[in-house]
Design a protein around this ligand. Structure first.
Ligand SMILES: Cc1cc2nc3c(=O)[nH]c(=O)nc-3n(C[C@H](O)[C@H](O)[C@H](O)COP(=O)(O)OP(=O)(O)OC[C@H]3O[C@@H](n4cnc5c(N)ncnc54)[C@H](O)[C@@H]3O)c2cc1C
Length: 419
């Protein structure tokens, strides 16, 4: 019987190195007013250091240069990386590239691996996952982008939006309907569409809450684009995985990705919590209520996330679906609440861009929407739990009914005295 809450000493050493490195080397990058090119120059030597430590793209299996640690360890690492805006880039595990790397690791052909996955993992190129459409977000069964077989290849038509990284990506992974008569789980497939393919237009980066910072010239890490696909011709070799495997691959990508997100959110929450506790008002009773509430919520979110990670490691992604959905909506709420309280106690200073709480708050708001809005995950959890119950006419805990049953079982009659 093991039921432990500790980290192996060898791994704790790696985490400790990561904590100091992120605090001393990565966090300072956030406050520099430099453009994207200069920022990349500053990040490069840090990425080299991470590689030397064997922590680069650690989420991947060992044969692709990753750690093969599994999700619990990845979750613990992600919590630290979540603290700093640029840490996921420095460690080669920034979404959506990390998730796209995971997807290609499962579904890519040997050629796709050499041509796209390797340079993606080496940090030489960036990538995009284009699934959401203006009329198909929460409900991917409504996806209308089609890929039609034509002369040994495929012709894609559709309209995607909120495709993060599309403007800078070397390739897009596009979710398409390949068999409109099949159930969506079997009728959708993913195609790799290289940048520059005729008919592919990245229309614009959609101005959004998370893409501007009054202080800095460097753009926020990811921007989200609108994409048009008009008679885009790709060959059979651009299919990722099997025909009809799109849904399955998307799930494989999103499951562990959500755990890493949740732990990164916790890193952000930890940071806000430190600001909350460091506030001049921390000795006031109401603020102590905020502190206690935040600490309890964060502890719950952390344990739920690590447990979900453990279920993936132990029994696989399908077994962890309910746990993953549960932490997705719970964790995003905790992130929001802790940052909100820290911002509140700092008053107008907290609201201003003189404190990082300003961008932390803006980024946190998106967590309740991306990777499936919270309501969808709540509904999924409820539906799964409800499978264990059957509605009954008489509630199972109805006391007079239970008393009758107990009396029959014991062969006695009891009389309730009037009050
Ligand atoms: C920052 C950010 C980055 C993103 N990056 C990507 C990306 O890289 N690639 C990509 O493909 N997509 C991306 N998305 C899109 C994201 O996955 C979708 O926004 C999400 O799936 C929700 O879809 P929607 O926006 O169309 O909302 P809708 O489906 O229009 O839903 C709107 C709201 O209605 C409510 N709602 C919807 N359905 C239900 C229901 N059944 N029950 C109760 N309430 C419901 C929810 O509150 C939801 O927020 C990103 C989104 C954001 C915000």
């Amino acid at each position: 019987m093991t039921w432990e809450f500790c980290t192996e000493p060898d791994f704790e050493e790696k985490l400790e190195w990561t904590r100091s490195f992120v605090r001393d080397e990565v966090m300072p990058l956030e406050v520099l007013d430099v453009d994207d090119a200069r920022l990349r120059e500053l990040i490069k030597p840090l990425q080299e250091e991470v590689r030397k430590q064997g922590l680069w793209a650690a989420f991947l299996p060992p044969h692709l240069g990753g750690s093969g640690w599994g999700q619990v360890k990845m979750a613990l690492l992600s919590e630290i990386l979540g603290e700093a805006l640029w840490a996921p880039t420095v460690f080669g595990s920034r979404a959506p590239d990390s998730g796209n790397g995971e997807l290609l690791a499962i579904g890519a052909t040997p050629e796709q691996r050499d041509r796209y996955l390797r340079p993606l993992l080496d940090g030489e190129i960036r990538s995009c996952f284009a699934m959401t459409e203006p009329d198909a977000g929460s409900d991917p069964t409504r996806i209308r982008t089609t890929a039609r077989a034509d002369g040994g290849g495929w012709i894609i038509n559709g309209h995607k939006w909120f495709a993060s990284n599309a403007c800078v990506a070397a390739f897009l992974l596009v979710m398409c309907v390949t068999d409109p008569d099949a159930r969506p789980r079997e009728g959708q497939s993913i195609f790799l569409v290289p940048r520059g393919t005729p008919g592919l237009t990245v229309v614009r980066n959609i101005p959004a809450l998370d893409d501007h910072n009054p202080y800095f010239r460097a753009p926020q890490p990811d921007q989200h684009a609108e994409v048009l696909l008009e008679d885009v011709r790709v060959s059979q070799e651009n299919l990722v995985g099997r025909l009809g495997q799109g849904w399955e691959l998307a799930q494989a990508r999103l499951g562990p990705g959500r755990i890493h997100h949740c732990m990164r959110w916790l890193g952000q929450a930890n940071r806000a919590f430190r600001m909350l506790c460091g506030s001049r008002l921390a000795d006031k009773q109401l603020i102590q209520h905020y502190i206690a509430q935040s600490a309890a919520q964060m502890q719950a979110a952390r344990l739920m996330t690590l447990h979900a990670a453990w279920v993936i490691d132990t029994d696989g992604i399908e077994a962890a679906r309910t746990d993953i959905s549960m932490i997705k909506f719970f964790g995003s709420r905790v992130l929001h609440d802790v940052i909100d309280r820290a911002l509140q106690v700092h008053g107008s200073l907290g609201y201003s861009a003189d404190m990082p709480l300003e961008w932390m708050y803006r980024l946190a708001r998106a967590a309740r929407i991306y990777d499936g809005p919270d309501e969808i995950h709540e509904a999924l959890v409820a539906r799964r739990l409800l499978k264990q119950f059957t509605p009954v006419r008489v509630p199972s805990e109805h006391i007079p009914t239970r008393r009758l049953a107990a009396e029959r079982r014991l062969g006695i009659t009891t009389v309730m005295e009037p009050a």
